[in-house]
Design a protein around this ligand. Structure first.
Ligand code: PGA
Length: 246
């Protein structure tokens, strides 16, 4: 089963300085690659998005969140159709930092996913357990995945499995565990959505991916790419990650 591979940069609240230089060097690297092994998407903060999309037409970009309403009295928020209006193609939803700090709920995320899809954005939907939840991981993942609409095109959604305890810590699950958990996510999706969806949807790994571990992680048979935080802010390191697929 050939699934699309993705290497996605999540800049979080970083990248203000030298953002264009960073995007340009990643873009140049991607153009020079003989084998296009994965789709590369960069998700900078909102303030940089519009300018980078205009300047670097060869790259794909995503927002890091969107509201579920299309407009209205929601101070500080950005809607899916606003992202679409600047030719943004992707949006990260449900990142653990937003689930924690913005207290995003499954119900709210369901509405956000629907709104993003209605606006023709591809959703990068993040799931993952906290350290104290490892023993009930499957239940947690099932609950988070239940925010997905039941009728959904696998090309319009990307799942990113990011164990919360692995984000920014330098710790990762064992390779065997990563592969097994991804396989489990596929089986949950087969029950929750459909067998065909579960076979076609791309499931990425995120959490302390770097140039030293990316070859091992990205070539596991159930892993379809990476969502990269810290290492995506260093162009050389990120390009090495992009080049990890065999
Ligand atoms: P990290 O972050 O690569 O810095 O661990 C990943 C993420 O939060 O998406």
């Amino acid at each position: 089963m050939k699934r699309t591979k993705y290497t996605i940069a999540n800049w979080k609240m970083n990248g203000q300085k030298d953002s264009y230089k960073l995007v340009k060097s990643i873009s140049n690297y991607c153009q020079k690659m003989k084998r296009k092994t994965s789709k590369v998407v960069i998700c900078p903060p909102f303030t940089l998005l519009s300018e980078l999309i205009k300047k670097e037409k060869k790259m794909k970009f995503g927002g890091q969140d969107c509201h579920y309403m299309s407009e209205g009295a929601y101070t500080g928020s950005i809607s899916a159709n606003m992202l679409k209006s600047i030719n943004c193609e992707y949006v990260i939803l449900g990142h653990s930092e937003r689930r924690t700090y913005q207290k995003e709920t499954s119900q709210e995320l369901n509405l956000k996913i629907q709104s993003a899809i209605n606006n023709n954005l591809t959703v990068i939907y993040c799931i993952g357990e906290k350290l104290e939840e490892i023993k009930k991981r499957n239940t947690i993942l099932k609950k988070q995945l239940s925010s997905l609409p039941r009728k959904i095109d696998p090309k319009k959604i990307i799942i990113a499995y990011e164990p919360v305890w692995a984000i920014g810590t330098g710790k990762i699950p064992s390779l065997n565990d990563i592969n097994k958990i991804h396989e489990k996510i596929r089986s949950i999706l087969s029950n929750l959505v459909s067998l065909s969806f579960s076979k076609h949807v791309s499931i990425l790994y995120g959490g302390s991916v770097n140039a030293a571990n990316s070859i091992d992680i990205l070539n596991l048979n159930h892993v379809d790419g990476a969502l990269v935080g810290g290492a995506s802010l260093k162009s050389k390191e990120f390009c090495k990650i992009i080049d990890s697929y065999r």
